[in-house]
Design a protein around this ligand. Structure first.
Ligand code: UT7
Length: 318
C-alpha cells in the first residue's frame, strides 16, 4: 500500500517582528488585553518585497533541504493561501518557477485557516492514487495586507509566515493515516474579507465576529479531532502531539480539555507567531520538529478551523 510519508519540513517568517506594545502605539489596545484574551505576544509582519510567494519559496527550500530531496524530484506543489501574490497565476506556480522545477502539477487551494489541511488531504490522495510521487505542500500567508489596521478587534490577532512539508509516496505503513475535512457556508458572514475581483474589484479587508467564531471553533475542532482519531483507529491516549491551528491560546486549552488531552501535548506557537492562517499548522509543526519535541515515529494530529466556515484534521505517524 502506498502511503504519504513526511520526508521533511521547513518554515519562513518575515524579518520584522512586531510586539503588542508596538501595536498599542497606533491602536487603542494593550499588551495585557492581547495576552490575556489570546496568548499572543508578538507577530511577524512582511515588509515591502516580502510576499506570500517569497515566504513560501523560502519555506519550501528549507523543507527540501531537511528532506534531502532535490527540487527536480518534486512532481506536485499544492499551496494553501487566502492572500496570493496576484489574483492569478497561482502562487504555487510562482514557487515552482523560483525553485526551478520545470514540469510538475502546481495549484493553489483556498480554505482560509483550514487551507493547509485541505492541501495536505488533496496531496495525500494524489500521492496514494499514483498521480505524483513527491509533493511540496505549503501554507503561506501575508494577512497583514488584508487587515484593517484601525480595527483593534482584528488587527492584533494576525501575522505573516509560511510552512512547508515534503511528502513522499512510499510502499510502507505509517505516514498520513487519515484526513477529515468539513465546510459549512452558512457562516460566511462571521469571518470574511469585504472585497474581491468579482464584487468590489478591490482586495478588501478582513472582518470577523470573533466571539461567535470562537464558540464554533471549540465545538467543530473537538468533533473533527474525534472523527480523525476514530478513522485512524487511534484513541486520544495514542496521540503524542497535537499541532493545532494557532488562533487563540484559549481555543487550544478548551479543545484539549474537551478531548481529555493534557495541555502539554499541544504545540503552542501563537505567542510568537499570532494567527498566520494557512501557514500556522506547518509553521508550528516545523517549529516542534526542529526544537526536538516531535520525533520520528510520534503520532501527530493536525487540526484547523477558519473562514467559510471550514475545518479539518489529519492524523499521521511522523
Ligand atoms: O483563524 C480563524 C479563527 N479565528 C478565531 O479562532 C478567532 C476566535 N475568536 C477569538 O479569538 C476571540 O473572540 C477574540 C480574541 C477575537 C476576542 O476575544 P473575546 O474575549 O471574545 O472579546 P470580545 O470580542 O467579546 O471583546 C471584549 C471587549 C470588547 O469591549 P466591550 O464591548 O466589552 O467594552 C471589545 O471592544 O474587548 C474589547 N476589545 C479590545 N480591547 C483592547 C476587542 N479587541 C480589543 C483589543 N484591545 N485589541
Amino acid at each position: 500500500m502506498r502511503h504519504s510519508v513526511v520526508a521533511g519540513l521547513g518554515s519562513a517568517l518575515p524579518k520584522r517582528r512586531v510586539t503588542n506594545d508596538e501595536l498599542a502605539q497606533s491602536v487603542d489596545t494593550s499588551d495585557k488585553w492581547i495576552v490575556e484574551r489570546t496568548g499572543i505576544r508578538s507577530r511577524f509582519i512582511a515588509s515591502d518585497g516580502e510576499t506570500t510567494g517569497s515566504l513560501a519559496t523560502e519555506a519550501a527550500r528549507r523543507a527540501l533541504e531537511h528532506a534531502g530531496i532535490d527540487a527536480g524530484e518534486i512532481d506536485l506543489i499544492v499551496l494553501a493561501t487566502a492572500t496570493p501574490d496576484q489574483t492569478f497565476p497561482s502562487t504555487a506556480t510562482k514557487v515552482q518557477a523560483a525553485l526551478g522545477v520545470n514540469d510538475c502539477i502546481a495549484f493553489d487551494v483556498h480554505a482560509v485557516c483550514t487551507g493547509f489541511l485541505y492541501a495536505l488531504s488533496v496531496a495525500d490522495a494524489m500521492l496514494r492514487a499514483g498521480s505524483a510521487n513527491k509533493a511540496l505542500v505549503i501554507g503561506a500567508e501575508t494577512f497583514s495586507r488584508i487587515l484593517d489596521w484601525e480595527d483593534r478587534a482584528t488587527c492584533v490577532l494576525f501575522g505573516d509566515g509560511a510552512g512547508a512539508l515534503v511528502l513522499s509516496a512510499e510502499e510502507t505503513e505509517g505516514g498520513i493515516l487519515s484526513t477529515k475535512l468539513h465546510a459549512d457556508g452558512r457562516h460566511n458572514d462571521l469571518l470574511f474579507v469585504d472585497g474581491g475581483p468579482s464584487t468590489t474589484g478591490t482586495v478588501g479587508k478582513l472582518r470577523m465576529k470573533g466571539r461567535e467564531v470562537f464558540r464554533h471553533a471549540v465545538v467543530n475542532l473537538a468533533e473533527v479531532l474525534n472523527e480523525v482519531l476514530e478513522s485512524a483507529g487511534l484513541t486520544a491516549a495514542d496521540v503524542d502531539w497535537v499541532v493545532p491551528h494557532q488562533a487563540n491560546a484559549r481555543i487550544l486549552d478548551a479543545t484539549a480539555k474537551k478531548l481529555g488531552l493534557p495541555s502539554e501535548k499541544m504545540v503552542v506557537t501563537v505567542d510568537s507567531h499570532a494567527n498566520t492562517s494557512a501557514a500556522s499548522v506547518p509553521l508550528a509543526f516545523d517549529t516542534a520538529v526542529k526544537d526536538g519535541r516531535i520525533k520520528r515515529g510520534d503520532v501527530v494530529v493536525l487540526e484547523a478551523m477558519g473562514g467559510g466556515f471550514t475545518w479539518g484534521a489529519a492524523a499521521l505517524r511522523y
